[in-house]
Design a protein around this ligand. Structure first.
Ligand code: FAD
Length: 468
């Protein structure tokens, strides 16, 4: 049977982009239909991305902090880790959030069709469900179909020891030896989890450094810590072959930084980036342009080349981050409702929730150099932060980049505990056009990690010369 459904706005995909857009559109009086292939709302972020990874990272933090309190004369016995129970707890966190979304959708009378959506025309989408199919006629559509983990060709997919981030988050047992292919944010976050749980972790990264998008000095504190904890970190290294070896996998390496010997691993995580899903939704039937990588180009109103069809989130471009998706979702919904909205953010902040956390926003030094923008920098090292020391840590730094003549903030990067939370002060300062004085003359609580932002501004102004 095929049901015909009519609506004002169809939203394809229920990730942070899609549900935010759908809620906003409904609040603005639109009749909204969400098409989502999975039975739960929340997309990658809630189900197999941001949220479950942060839940496991919290467990990792508790474990390592307890271990490190040993030096302070507080000793705990070795933790007993029940991977099944930890996995259930993590799933409970996810379920609470996705359940909340379902209630919010119901309250707004948003119709949710569970099935795979494919455009069949510029005003029509076919939805193939398990037992039911629908044809949805819409006035406007918002494509929020997200992205999928990239695969490496020739690897034995299907072998239980070979996983992507979704498999790595589905904690079954703790491997003795783990290989993480890809030293980006997702790979390093999962490495941090498994290291804390007791696995011996090896990282293999193709480029010459970890978290390539961030400045090297900001990644350094993470590198120093994980060099001590992990079995090996290979940069300039390609995993050339991965072969089945009973329950394990044997990896061979190639490249300047590669080890000569192959290695055997109980778990291999491939985290080499994500591919937008643009080519999988029948966009051509609606006349919507998709570039060769699968991204759907949009203007500042989030419109595709077909003006009543919008695209938001991972599918419309980098950086592939949840907060960019939800920001864009609101714009698309507001433009559809006739409001004057457009993409006007100056930066999308990035955070690696590793230990220590690495966070940055605005310009990086490397970007400034490439673009020929002159920047000044001031750095406050966290070994001079009282708050950091009271937490048993010495590592971390806060770096501000600013314009020499106006002293306006142009970028910031923070490495250390809670860097992801601290970064927002600098992002707000940047959006507000703040200069170093604005930051330096704002009273920050003492002792706090947030003081490091003020201190870095004072260093820039020359009002702190010596660290005390
Ligand atoms: P998605 O969340 O990808 O949602 C798209 C939805 O569309 C999916 O539910 C999919 O099932 C559905 N869909 C696709 N095609 C169809 C179709 N044809 N028919 C029906 N439904 C369809 N970002 C952060 O900002 N912070 C983090 O800490 C963070 N951690 C991450 C950790 C991991 C392990 C991963 C993998 C990602 C992480 N991300 C993080 C990235 C974040 O998850 C994405 O940027 C975000 O989910 C993108 O949202 P979206 O709405 O564009 O799409």
């Amino acid at each position: 049977t095929k049901n015909i459904i009519e609506c004002d706005t169809l939203v394809l995909g229920a990730g942070p982009g899609g549900y935010t857009a759908a809620f906003r559109a409904a609040d603005l009086g639109q009749k909204v239909v969400i098409v989502e292939r999975y039975p739960v709302l929340g997309g990658v972020c809630l189900n197999v991305g941001c949220i479950p990874s942060k839940a496991l990272l919290h467990a990792a933090k508790v474990i390592t902090e307890a271990e490190e309190m040993n030096e302070a004369g507080v000793s705990f016995s070795k933790p007993e880790i029940d991977p099944g129970k930890l996995n259930q707890w993590k799933q409970g966190v996810v379920d609470k959030l996705t359940g909340g979304l379902a209630a919010l959708a119901r309250a707004r009378k948003i119709q949710i069709l569970q099935g795979k959506g494919q455009f069949t025309g510029a005003y029509e989408m076919e939805v193939t469900g398990e037992n039911e199919n629908w044809s949805v006629r819409f006035k406007n559509a918002i494509i929020a179909a997200g992205s999928s983990a990239a695969k490496l060709p020739g690897f034995p997919y299907g072998h239980p020891a070979l996983v992507d981030s979704t498999g790595a988050l589905d904690l079954k047992k703790i491997p003795e030896k783990m290989l993480v292919i890809g030293g980006g944010i997702i790979g390093l976050e999962m490495a941090c989890v498994y290291d804390a749980l007791g696995a011996k972790v090896t990282i293999a990264e193709f480029s010459d450094g970890l978290i390539p998008a961030a400045d090297r000095d900001v990644v350094q504190p993470l590198l120093e810590r994980i060099r001590k904890r992990y079995e090996a970190i290979y940069t300039n290294t390609r995993v050339s072959r991965l072969e089945e070896n009973g329950d394990r996998l044997t990896a061979s390496f190639e490249g300047q930084g590669a080890p000569k010997e192959s290695g055997q691993y109980d778990l291999v995580l491939v985290a080499v980036g994500r591919r937008p899903n643009g080519k999988l939704i029948g966009a051509e039937k609606a006349g919507v342009q998709v570039d060769e990588r699968g991204f759907i180009p949009v203007n500042r109103q989030q419109q595709t080349n077909v003006p009543h069809i919008y695209a938001i989130g991972d599918i419309c471009g980098e950086p592939m981050l949840a907060h960019k998706a939800s920001y864009e979702g609101k714009i698309a919904a507001e433009v559809i409702a006739g409001q004057k909205a457009e993409y006007d953010a100056m930066t999308v902040p990035s955070v690696a929730y590793t230990d220590p956390e690495i966070a940055w926003m605005g310009l990086t030094e490397e970007e400034a150099e490439k673009k020929g923008i002159p920047v000044e920098k001031s750095v406050f090292p966290w070994n001079a932060s009282g708050r950091n020391l009271t937490m048993g840590r010495r590592d971390g730094l806060t770096k501000l980049l600013w314009d020499k003549s106006s002293k306006r903030l142009l970028g910031a990067a923070i490495a250390g505990t809670g860097a992801g939370e601290l970064l927002s002060e600098t992002t707000l300062a940047f959006e507000m056009g703040a200069d170093l004085e604005d930051i330096a003359l704002t009273i920050h609580p003492h002792p706090s990690l947030s003081e490091t932002v003020m201190f870095a501004a004072e260093i820039g102004l020359g009002t702190i010369t010596d660290l005390y």
